[in-house]
Design a protein around this ligand. Structure first.
Ligand code: ZN
Length: 55
């Protein structure tokens, strides 16, 4: 029994972000999107690739 093959994988893929959201930047199309809290408790998104932010 290979012990190295028993590594638990999280659902969502090998490099899924902690938020688990599948987002892509509307400006550059990159998937490197971070989720941030807005002013009024809303949620905003910022692309870490090009710096574009939206909500
Ligand atoms: Zn972008």
């Amino acid at each position: 029994m290979p012990a190295s093959d028993a590594f638990p994988q999280p659902s969502g893929g090998p490099r899924a972000p902690a938020s688990g959201a599948h987002l892509s930047c509307p400006s550059c199309g990159s998937a490197h999107v971070a989720q941030m809290l807005g002013d009024n408790g809303g949620v905003s998104y910022v692309c870490t690739a090009c710096g574009h932010s939206w909500s």
